[in-house]
Design a binder for this molecule. Structure first.
Ligand code: ATR
Length: 279
């Protein structure tokens, strides 16, 4: 760090568990960029002041995590189309004093899915389990890939219907009854768990029976703690290709890095340092 160091950070509440600082600082080092990235504990009552601080101190970029991803939008100058569709911002770019909000979670998820499991989603049938914020965050990005259909199923079915109808008909997202999942899974190419079922400490729980999937289909989970959920372990046993949630975290950070610096992200180094931090 010196007088030319460009400052970045992440705000959230809680924040001390965040792996973003080690990941982004590793990326700056790998690319020889004079940047520094820190974690800031910001409570909801401090959010507006925190964003004023970004302007006042000239931070180049900020990541935003729980619980601020929705409320932060009110304090920005511009919101990207993807962030508007996701209803949430996780990355802010400070463009000469103009703060622009993006959402790199959804596109980060899709880039990870394509790199690690299914190179092309075009013409594919995708089932999304869950209709909370995590599901909403990836739907726009999935729809950009031109799949044949995206079917949204949620335990509380009305929430899936509401979410599907709140998004543009161009996205071809329809809701699916939870009780029809078994049959629908037998012809789906990709099944994505966005629910919290299987997250540590409830690591034995599964959202649906993975043997309903076709062999060779992709089972994907947004959860990365544990790295391999019980749903993925069962799917793998059954002969499916599996895709865990760590890549989404890595690639949401990779996109943020790329938006801020204009350089390609050193994804392998980023993944390595995050994996090492899990011990
Ligand atoms: P997030 O913002 O992380 O998506 P959320 O909005 O609380 O979190 O949503 C959690 C999702 O997990 C919801 O889709 C929820 O289903 P309901 O809308 O029916 O509550 C889903 N979920 C949680 N526990 C579940 C369970 N035991 N079985 C199936 N779905 C579950």
């Amino acid at each position: 760090m010196d007088s030319n160091t460009v400052i970045y950070g992440v705000i959230g509440d809680p924040i001390r568990h965040s792996k973003s600082p080690i990941m982004l600082n590793r990326a700056f080092r790998e690319k020889g960029i004079n940047g520094a990235y820190a974690a800031f504990h910001v409570t909801p009552g401090q959010l507006e002041q925190a964003i004023s601080g970004v302007r006042g101190l000239g931070f180049r970029g900020l990541n935003v995590t729980i619980p601020h991803k929705i409320e932060v939008m009110a304090f920005l100058d511009e919101i990207s189309e993807g962030a508007r569709a996701a209803g949430a911002v996780n990355t802010i770019v400070n463009d000469n004093g103009r703060l622009i909000g993006y959402n790199t979670d959804g596109i980060g998820y899709v880039r990870s899915l394509k790199e690690e499991a299914e190179p092309s989603l075009a013409g594919k049938t995708i089932i999304v389990l869950g209709a909370g914020g995590a599901a909403r965050g990836i739907l726009w990005a999935l729809a950009q890939e031109n799949p044949a259909a995206i079917l949204l199923a949620n335990r509380t079915e009305s929430k899936a219907a509401e979410l599907a109808s709140s998004l543009s008909p161009d996205y071809r997202i329809s809701s699916l009854s939870w009780s029809d999942l078994r049959e629908a899974c037998s012809s789906a190419d990709v099944v994505i768990n966005t629910t919290s079922v299987g997250m540590s400490p409830n690591i034995d729980a599964i959202p649906i029976d993975a043997t309903w999937l076709k062999r060779g289909a992709v089972a994907s989970d947004l959860i990365y703690n544990p790295l391999k959920t019980a749903f993925l372990a069962q799917a793998e046993q059954h002969g499916c290709r599996i895709h865990g949630g760590l890549g989404m975290f890595i690639y949401q950070g990779a996109y943020a890095f790329e938006y801020w610096t204009g350089q390609s992200a050193p994804v392998d180094a980023m993944r390595e340092v995050v994996l090492a931090s899990f011990g």
